[in-house]
Design a protein around this ligand. Structure first.
Ligand code: PLP
Length: 381
């Protein structure tokens, strides 16, 4: 069957029909209690099956080229429920070494309490994953492009390795979004998102999602209804509205990021730019083979004479801000925020320096973003 186009899925799939008044947008069903007599489905918000939850999940599944999805109260809820669904006492997880700091903390702090074993890879080449596999490995988790260094993992190669050993695979697809990358097309079993990021896109929603085959999503669901952590229908509705423009927003942001990365690369006060769209990126060719666009996240380092903290303070248009992926451009120091709980040695081992600034590129005019960066650099001189 031929798939609907990206923006058609964004605009229409999973829309709830307003049978009563024929309104053009989905009604919000706020009931936390539904009839149980003579019904096919017993609905309850914590069962992830209210009308709004169920329908938005269809949009997410369609965007990720798969069968089903679940929507959670945060990206961490999505990832933790997914891990707990496929890993139990005595099982082993292989996890990429370059990934979101919150995921690293979750694994290190929670897994020992449940007797789940894990190995962080030494790198992100397929050989690094192979070396980390043990007899009890049940899941391999990757993040590509990764937060904050935009490293690229070979999805197809990791999937091939995992399949040869009957190991399941999952990916954090937050940075690319389904606009720029569909890992299911390369054989990944589960795709998770911090929907707080591009899905929401306006820095006003905290949510998460996992998508995959019915059998895998059902297995997660069996855990999730025990743990709780579903998303309120009010927020589900807001997320549905936001996702109607996902394709438009992310494409505009991705175009801006490409232009900015090229410009920053030539800037005399920028010593390094991390962006998979640049030919100088070590995995540029690989990124080209598995991504539709290179995404709207990039990182850069200022030259040593400039203070990264003061630079961010001097920006006027681009906001120093905790999260990412909103339509407004934001910057952050990963060593002070997302990766603050890692030790200095751990950060250095993966290449996160104190000079590193992660840049979430928004939809603003390119010329205004350039001007703001130049103005902030000039203010430090
Ligand atoms: N994955 C990535 C790549 C992230 O950047 C984040 C948050 O920054 C998360 C997961 C966690 O998402 P949330 O903050 O919605 O729990």
């Amino acid at each position: 069957m031929k798939r609907l186009g990206l923006n058609t899925i964004c605009a229409h799939v999973g829309q709830l029909k307003d049978e009563q008044f024929k309104g053009s947008v989905s009604p919000i069903y706020l009931s936390s209690s539904y009839e149980f007599l003579d019904v096919d489905v017993k609905r309850y918000p914590r069962y992830f099956n209210t009308p709004n939850q169920e329908h938005l999940a269809k949009k997410i599944a369609a965007l990720e080229h798969t069968e089903a999805a679940l929507i959670f109260g945060s990206g961490m809820a999505a990832i933790s429920h997914m891990f707990f669904a496929f890993l139990q006492k005595g099982d082993h997880l292989v996890v990429q070494n370059t990934l979101y700091g919150g995921t690293v903390n979750f694994i290190k702090e929670e897994f020992p309490k449940y007797g789940i074993e894990y190995t962080f890879t030494n790198g992100y080449e397929v050989e690094d994953f192979e070396a980390a596999i043990k007899a009890n490995t049940k899941l391999i988790h990757i993040e590509t492009p990764s937060n904050p260094l935009l490293t690229i993992t070979d999805i197809k190669a990791v999937v091939k390795l995992a399949k040869s050993k009957s190991i399941l695979t999952s990916i954090d697809n937050t940075f690319a979004s389904p606009v720029n990358q569909n890992p299911i097309d390369f054989g990944i079993d589960m795709v998770m998102h911090s929907a707080t990021k591009y899905f929401g896109g306006h820095s006003d929603i905290c949510a998460g999602a996992v998508a995959g085959k019915y059998e895998h999503i059902e297995r997660i669901w069996n855990v999730s209804k025990n743990l709780g952590g579903s998303l309120s229908d009010m927020t589900v509705w807001m997320l549905e509205r936001s996702m109607k423009t996902l394709g438009l927003r992310v494409k505009a942001q991705t175009n801006n990021a490409m232009k900015l990365a090229k410009w920053l690369q030539k800037h005399p006060k920028i010593s390094k730019v991390y962006y998979p769209g640049l030919k100088s990126h070590p995995e540029h060719k690989l990124a080209k083979s598995q991504m539709k666009g290179f995404g709207a996240m990039l990182s850069f380092e200022l030259t040593e004479d400039l203070d990264a903290y003061e630079f961010q303070k001097a920006l006027q248009l681009i906001k120093p801000s905790m999260s990412l992926a909103g339509i407004e451009s934001t910057v952050i120091s990963p060593h002070l925020t997302s990766h603050a709980l890692l030790t200095q040695e751990e950060r250095e081992a993966v290449g996160i320096s104190d000079q590193l600034i992660r840049f979430s590129v928004g939809i603003e005019a390119f010329k205004d973003l350039k001007k703001d960066i130049n103005r902030a650099i000039a203010a430090l001189a």
